[in-house]
Ligand binder design. Structure first.
Ligand SMILES: NC(=O)c1ccc[n+]([C@@H]2O[C@H](COP(=O)([O-])OP(=O)(O)OC[C@H]3O[C@@H](n4cnc5c(N)ncnc54)[C@H](O)[C@@H]3O)[C@@H](O)[C@H]2O)c1
Ligand SMILES: O=C(O)C[C@H](O)C(=O)O
Length: 355
């Protein structure tokens, strides 16, 4: 391991993965389950989405320890129709439930061309683009969403009744430059405001309001208040649609029925997710898709940039560039996060590891 700055450490992907798996196993997860969770969180870190990567061991680990997440979840998959799967997460750790739902939707899409999985009884499942990448690498286009703890006021309201529910769209380019749009419904994810508070910096007044609904630059006031939705009433409407699919239709909790992992860490969240997958090989050949996706990106890249130092990119490029760089030079991980992973990996954490 190679220290780069005072608070970031570069760790090779395989070492970080092994450390993460050991840590989650000591929190009581079976080896395969720990490997699924770490696959999503390490991909998040490779993408540069460190707010949603292995740093989440802090909240996931403490929630397992206080009984809020079931480390030994018995996740089940029902098949009510050829292209449909219903996943019950048994209050398992979110990325594990997410991986089960992703695999179930991929299997359904292989059979039917299009497959959909709804997951219920889940918890915070990390960022979405890692699931989109796994699907894209297997040839599937995807639309994936999750509901979330309520942090947004209904448009015109003054209390938190709407989740900052993320949605992601991914279309594979078999040559490797997949389109990956992964976005929360707020102007920024709440984790970025938590980071500003930690760093002692102000936030733009377009990110959030204080508890009385007034825009604020103070991250503490923002965390006590509400996130602002993207595009005003339109982002509000989109957030509700994601919750209708991820929460209401999946038979999970929705809106204020979702438990907050911050305020009630010892209670199951009963979050829901949805995964819609399309097998692109049923639409045309690999060459057909590669040519069209490459042309699609080229049309965008050819736009003369307003600032020559900032060429036009398509969604997902920042993350895929980070992934390529960090795969070769190592993953930049917060020293605090690394320490916590090492603590969990080196000592039994008070929860009996499963067989
Ligand atoms: N599980 C949850 O409850 C939850 C809730 C909220 C957010 N999240 C996760 O948080 C992460 C961050 O979300 P966010 O909304 O802050 O993301 P963001 O604003 O950083 O990026 C959103 C999208 O815009 C693209 N993008 C960024 N700059 C671009 C540019 N100049 N040109 C073209 N495209 C560009 C990115 O590739 C990405 O696909 C996501 O991974 C999301 O899934 C998870
Ligand atoms: O962490 C959360 O509370 C939800 C989401 O991941 C976010 O960052 O807003």
């Amino acid at each position: 391991m190679n220290t780069r700055t005072n608070d970031k450490v570069l760790v090779p992907q395989d070492q970080l993965t092994a450390l993460g798996i050991a840590a989650f196993q000591n929190l009581g997860l079976a080896p395969n389950a720990a490997a699924d969770v770490v696959k999503i969180l390490v991909l998040a870190d490779l993408f540069g989405l460190s707010t949603h990567g292995l740093s989440r061991i802090e909240s996931y680990g403490s929630r397992i320890q206080v009984g809020g997440i079931n480390a030994n979840a018995n996740i089940t998959v029902d098949k009510p129709a050829a292209g449909l799967r219903l996943v019950d997460g048994d209050n398992g750790i979110g990325p594990l439930v997410g991986m089960h739902a992703l695999r179930a939707a991929m299997e359904a899409a292989q059979d039917c061309g299009i497959g959909m999985a709804f997951a219920r009884q889940s918890n915070h499942f990390g960022p979405i683009s890692p699931y989109g990448l796994i699907a894209a690498e297997a040839g599937f286009a995807s639309i994936i969403g999750s509901n979330a703890t309520t942090t947004i006021a209904p448009w015109g309201g003054t209390d938190a009744r709407v989740g900052n529910s993320p949605i992601a769209f991914a279309v594979p380019n078999p040559a490797g430059r997949h389109f990956l749009l992964d976005m929360a419904m707020s102007v920024v994810a709440r984790a970025k405001i938590r980071n500003a508070l930690k760093a002692g910096s102000e936030i733009p007044d377009t990110w959030a309001t204080d508890a009385s609904g007034r825009p604020t630059t103070n991250p503490k006031e923002a965390l006590d208040g509400f996130l602002l939705p993207i595009g005003g009433h339109k982002g509000y409407g989109l957030a509700l649609m994601v919750d209708l699919f991820a929460g209401l239709l999946s038979n999970a909790a929705y809106l204020t029925h979702v438990k907050s992992w911050v305020d009630a860490p010892d209670e199951p969240q009963n979050l829901g997710h949805f995964f819609i997958l399309i097998d692109t090989r049923k639409l045309g050949s690999v060459q057909w898709l590669t040519e069209r996706m490459t042309d699609f990106a080229a049309i965008l890249h050819d736009s003369p940039p307003a600032d020559p130092a900032r060429p036009v990119i398509q969604p997902g490029e920042i993350e895929l560039n980070n992934l390529a760089r960090q795969k070769s030079e190592g993953i930049a991980i917060d020293a605090d996060v690394l320490r916590l992973l090492q603590q969990y990996a080196n000592q039994a954490a008070g929860v009996q590891p499963s067989a």
